[in-house]
Design a protein around this ligand. Structure first.
Ligand code: HOZ
Length: 430
């Protein structure tokens, strides 16, 4: 497999871009080698600058649920672009988008568009603080909510991948207002709430964690958190940047039947373009400026091209609910196939799976939280990653990222993925 152009581009990139990339995980630092520079993508496939073709198991970190360059989305973008690219003024599309999100996502009555998941989470906690007039927030070890200061404490994703879960540059004053809890431990949250009466504004969680690898909530855990938040007057926030419109039309909250007070959403509502949003109960959302006193703004918010792409995507998902059954079945086939191979090879590695998200952890421990995720053999994962890449399967370049399945993964591709997986596991463990 030739990778000369990618290698040269990376060398040049390092001269002008810190670390040669615009987001740390994609630098391949934890798996070794150099990143692959992507030229184009269609359906299930990515094509790199050297014309190598890969089955994509990242799908732009979630949003390409219908595969790359999904025709209705492409058509909507082409149509919208004729009317110019940005106005910094309200448009019809934003109203349609807000209406659609409110219809699909159980917790959302009102919603504000922003430009990324990071903006959405930063804005949501400011709103929760303004609404409750309290300062502290609770986050979970290993959860990642973008790169806002309050969240870069015991953070997953690129932070743990690069070995800096607590980032320098976050002031002690900010860090002291972020209280940490282990994921899946209800008792720990109860203790935190009881020890900080009337001080906690919000509790933010990835209902299914994607940023320490895929980690599922234990049965009744989310329900237990809901009850604790209600009891202590804490704003309960689901970060559904990864799970929104993916685990069900209404996201994890629909799938697990637990309704938060606020929800943050990301790139999927832009059909993969740079979009985010936060929404929830009217009573809370009406605290946002200009209706209320909590300030938050953005010239590009509700950008007409991104709105057009997102509307085409969400309308399709709403109309074709069978997509979710299909994604669950594909997820089951892949995960079951990996399990069969592990059994055949006498390997006892852990797999977590829900719907179209899954992770193979190189540890024999059940992965239920950050501590157990960290028992993974990341060097072995790195070898597996490259074996898969050499066989044309593009995984997330970190043990601490979930994989995402698109509807374009058909039976033929499932077989290819499973064959690559079997050969890769044999190669790294022989
Ligand atoms: N932090 C992102 C996934 N959790 C990765 C972003 C990127 O490198 O594009």
């Amino acid at each position: 497999m030739g990778l000369k152009k990618s290698k040269n581009l990376f060398e040049k990139a390092k001269e002008y871009i810190p670390g040669g990339v615009n987001s740390p995980v994609r630098a391949f630092k934890s798996v070794g080698g150099h990143p692959i520079f992507i030229k184009n993508a269609k359906g299930a496939y990515l094509v790199d600058e050297d014309h190598n073709k890969y089955i994509d198991m990242i799908n732009s970190w979630g949003p390409m649920i219908l595969g790359h360059a999904f025709p209705p989305v492409e058509k909507a973008v082409k149509k919208a672009i004729k009317n110019s690219f940005s106005f910094g003024a309200p448009t019809r599309k934003e109203v349609e988008m807000a209406d659609l999100i409110a219809e699909m996502v159980p917790s959302v009555e009102k919603v504000r568009m922003v430009n990324s998941g990071t903006e959405a989470t930063m804005s949501a906690i400011r709103l929760a603080r303004g609404y409750t007039k309290r300062d502290k927030i609770v986050k979970f070890e290993g959860c990642y909510h973008g790169h806002g200061d309050s969240f870069l404490i015991s953070a997953g994703s690129g932070a743990i991948t690069m070995g800096t879960p607590d980032s320098p540059g976050v002031t002690a004053a900010t860090a002291k207002d972020t209280l940490l809890a282990p994921f899946n431990d209800l008792e720990a949250v109860k203790k935190i709430m009881e020890a900080n009466p009337g001080e906690i504004a919000a509790l933010i969680i990835e209902p299914v964690v994607g940023n320490m690898g895929c980690v599922l909530p234990k049965p009744e855990y989310l329900k237990g958190l809901r009850e604790l938040c209600t009891q202590h007057g804490v704003v309960f926030i689901f970060d559904e940047v990864m799970t929104g419109f993916r685990l069900a039309p209404g996201g994890a909250q629909e799938r697990f039947g637990v309704t938060p007070d606020l929800t943050t959403l990301g790139k999927i509502i832009g059909g993969g373009m740079p979009v985010g949003a936060y929404g929830g109960k009217t009573e809370i959302m009406d605290y946002v400026s200009p209706q209320g006193p909590v300030y938050q703004a953005g010239t590009l918010s509700g950008n007409p091209i991104a709105m057009s792409a997102g509307l085409a995507m969400l309308k399709h998902l709403k109309k074709n609910k069978d997509i979710y059954t299909q994604l669950d079945e594909t997820g089951f086939e892949i995960v079951n196939g990996i399990r069969r191979t592990l059994l055949e090879l006498g390997l006892n590695y852990s797999i977590n799976w829900v719907g179209s998200m899954y992770s193979l952890f190189f540890t024999e421990v059940d992965v239920v939280d950050f501590e157990t995720a960290k028992t993974s053999d990341t060097a072995l994962f790195g070898k597996y990653f490259h074996e898969m890449l050499n066989r044309g399967v593009y995984l997330a370049p970190s043990q601490f990222e979930t994989l995402f399945i698109s509807t374009k993964i058909d039976d033929k591709l499932i077989k290819k993925i499973l064959k690559a997986n079997r050969e890769s596991l044999i190669s790294i463990t022989k």
